[in-house]
Design a protein around this ligand. Structure first.
Ligand code: CA
Length: 485
């Protein structure tokens, strides 16, 4: 096989919402180096995760399968590292492979990274300052603490590995940040950014959840209300009404989030400059994404999990000058499980039949196949666990979204009441009847008006329900026993 196969740099941050990137039209920050990447490549506007939570999304990305197939349904189901993954296949085909940064798929010999010539990962969530890493070694690896700020350190590990690699062979590097995951500790350089300004609030910050399923009001992820002093880095006032508390806490929260994002953008510059200085721009696919989206005060929330747009949508930018027109934008529905198929396609490695994604290479080349998917299937399994979000599944098409909250743990580990770890009040999800939500995304892009009971939408509801069940069967998942025609 020719050794002109492209290099791959897969940059994945943790919880970086597209609406905190200026190339996606952010109203609240500027990310010049992400913008540079987007200007040189393609921005995807409809990339979605199949389960909006860290560990499951990461497993979907590596294996190209839905979570009911790979078994990583919740945060309490570490990935079995004997599963087939794209790094293993690339390594077997002659690629040099490495992974640095956030892993969050479990630890020890059965869950540590495999398929990499070298790796160093944060244990669990890891720390922002002076983090401990687990380095590739016997068994599950060896722990050492590294001085400095986590985003800088992960970048340096990646640059060191690139410097030491064999330039005659292609490489695949997974460059995976912890940032901007909670609890949002900025580095010193950015600690005072935005100090004397007010960040614009999202339109839906004071959402009262009228018309939505009970899951929305029950979700214990309201800015201020369900945050603690670590999140706020100060005491939380106890004399404010909820609207005032949301507005006050939003400013504290979003500033730290954006400061942490700024360091990601700075470090992206270091990587892009390295590629440029070493003649690697032309033959390297550079990907920037995040394991899911995040609520930035939208609907009054932080965190993710729910199938609403801000959480469901993954930022996705790809630069590969050989095949991708600069400054291009794609609107097709792309999924986290599609990544392996693309990377294997570019490397000339056959796509294993068990992988469920599809190569987006034609999209990158600017032509959408006529049979490209028109809807996507989603499922969140962690019923009533952290943040008290009800289990649900649903379908999103270009125009609509249908969600079914079945409020059942379905026997999955890491679910159910009692695991809730936040502050503030929460309502019980026990004994709730299942509920549907239907959103008309063209007329109501902010998902404020659930129209499932509106007679105008009776036909749409029926069609979407059928399509949901068809997609669910197609990917091999089971319908909940309460979901009957
Ligand atoms: Ca995440």
């Amino acid at each position: 096989m020719s050794e002109t196969r492209p290099n791959i740099i897969f940059i994945m941050s943790d919880d970086h919402a597209a609406h905190a990137m200026s190339c996606y039209g952010s109203r609240i920050n500027k990310t010049p180096h992400l913008d540079r990447l987007a200007a040189d490549g393609m921005r995807f506007d409809s990339c979605f995760c199949t389960n909006s939570i860290c560990t499951p999304s990461r497993a979907a990305i590596l294996t190209g399968t839905y979570n009911h197939i790979n078994g990583v349904t919740t945060l309490a189901t570490p990935m079995d590292n004997s599963l087939q993954t794209f790094p293993k296949l690339l390594q077997e085909s002659g690629y040099q492979t490495a992974l640095y940064g956030k892993w969050h798929l479990g630890q020890g010999s059965k869950h540590c990274p495999t398929g990499f010539d070298d790796w160093a990962v944060l244990p669990g969530q890891g720390f922002y300052h002076n983090p401990t890493f687990i380095f590739k070694g016997r068994g599950g690896g060896e722990r050492r603490t590294v001085q400095g700020y986590v985003t800088d350190i992960i970048t340096e590990m990646c640059l060191d590995w690139l410097e030491k690699r064999d330039p005659e062979k292609p490489f695949c590097l997974l460059y995976q940040h912890k940032a901007p995951h909670r609890p949002w500790y900025p580095d010193e350089k950015h600690a005072d950014m935005f100090l004397n300004e007010d960040i614009p609030e999202p339109d839906t910050l004071l959402d009262d959840y009228a018309t939505r399923a009970k899951a929305a009001e029950a979700a214990a992820m309201r800015v201020g209300v369900h945050m603690d002093e670590t999140d706020m880095k100060c005491e939380i006032p106890d004399d404010m009404n909820e609207d005032d508390l949301r507005r006050w806490a939003y400013q504290r929260y979003i500033k730290d989030y954006l400061r942490v994002v700024q360091s990601l953008d700075d470090n992206l510059k270091r990587m892009l400059d390295y590629l440029c200085d070493n003649g690697l721009e032309e033959n390297t696919l550079v990907v920037y994404t995040s394991d899911q989206g995040f609520f930035l005060g939208d609907h009054g929330w932080y965190d993710k999990r729910l199938m609403y747009e801000e959480s469901l949508k993954m930022p996705l930018i790809m630069r590969y000058p050989k095949e991708v027109a600069s400054g291009s934008i794609n609107h097709d529905i792309v999924l986290n499980i599609d990544f392996p198929a693309l990377f294997l396609d570019l490397a000339g490695v056959p796509h294993p039949v068990e992988m469920q994604g599809r190569s987006i290479r034609p999209l990158l080349q600017g032509s959408s196949p006529p049979d490209w998917r028109q809807g996507m299937y989603y499922r969140y399994w962690m019923n009533a666990a952290h943040h008290n979000v009800g289990a649900h599944y649903g379908i999103r098409t270009h125009k609509h979204k249908l969600i079914y909250y079945y409020y059942d743990n379905c026997g999955q580990p890491g679910t159910d009441d009692g695991l809730f770890s936040g502050d503030g009040p929460m309502s019980s999800l026990k004994n709730l009847e299942p509920e549907w939500e239907l959103f008309d995304l063209e007329n109501d892009p902010q998902e404020m008006n659930n129209v499932v009971n509106d007679p105008i939408y009776t036909g749409v509801f029926r069609e979407l329900k059928d399509e949901l069940h068809r997609l669910q069967a197609e990917v091999g998942d089971d319908r909940h026993h309460t979901d009957i025609d």
